[in-house]
Write a new protein. Structure first.
Length: 267
């Protein structure tokens, strides 16, 4: 079999507009998994936000979480790889968050911490599936090691903050909006493609034996890295331009159709 690994984004890709995986897509995925293909969900979510989908698809291998900052074993939750923020960078982000008096959602050791327990963090809790813990002593979190920090604020305020921030403020930090109200900070070494490369090393899989499917700009690196990069019909135009194949939308079983195309042709 030519392709041994498939990495698929969740929101806007694997999940349809109702947040579901259709039965036909489940059948296509479990079909290739049963034949030995490693199917990996690649997401910005923590492992807790992926568990029910891993169970549904009977996945046991690596899961790319936090947009590549952590690779977790789906079966036993063992952390296979993690790229944390540097302590000095994390400290600076936390201090700036306090200065802006914004709501901070802080991930350390797969636990969600917050500087405030307000409506915003409770809203974020519903997305992550993790109960937040109020923290006032940031040094304790810095000692644990911080994977990602997300600021949750009003859209106009996030826009204004973005104008005032500069990469020169940090050593190794990338930041971007994942939603108009979410500003995320993570190590500049983090990407979905870097996580795929690490999985390739761990499992002895070559780059040309990999397929990546996604829709957003945070999927671009893995689509460019994989032997076959697949964009959804609902993908950003830049993602489509950089892919070798465009499948149908997430509401038209695009992942299933891509799997059928490449694994049928591979027989």
């Amino acid at each position: 079999m030519k392709y041994k690994f498939v990495a698929v984004d969740m929101d806007g890709t694997l999940l349809n507009s109702e947040g579901l995986i259709t039965e036909k897509t489940i059948e296509a995925i479990t079909g290739i998994v049963d034949k030995g293909v490693i199917f990996t969900i690649s997401t910005g979510r923590p492992i807790q936000g992926v568990e029910k989908y891993n169970s549904l698809l009977r996945l046991k291998g690596p899961v790319i979480t936090y947009n590549g900052a952590m690779i977790v074993n789906a079966e036993n939750h063992e952390v296979m790889f993690e790229q944390r923020l540097m302590r000095g960078d994390a400290k600076k982000i936390l201090e700036l968050g306090q200065k802006y008096d914004t709501t901070m959602c802080i991930w350390a050791s797969n636990q969600l911490y917050g500087n405030k327990l307000n409506d915003k963090i409770n809203d974020y809790k519903k997305l992550s599936g993790v109960e937040p813990v109020l923290v006032k002593d940031f040094d304790k979190l810095l000692d644990i090691g911080i994977t990602k920090i997300l600021w949750y604020d009003e859209m106009d305020r996030i826009k204004q903050i973005l104008k005032e921030l500069s990469c020169n403020m940090f050593s190794e930090v990338s930041y971007c909006t994942s939603k108009p109200v979410f500003l995320e900070f993570f190590s500049s070494r983090v990407s979905k493609s870097a996580a795929m490369e690490k999985i390739g090393e761990l499992y002895g899989i070559k780059q040309e034996e990999m397929i990546a499917i996604g829709d957003g700009l945070n999927d671009l690196s893995m689509i460019q890295y994989a032997g076959i990069g697949v964009a959804m019909e609902n993908a950003e135009e830049e993602v489509k331009r950089n892919s070798q194949y465009v499948t149908t939308s997430n509401d038209e079983d695009g992942v299933r159709k891509a799997i059928e195309k490449f694994f049928t042709e591979d027989k």
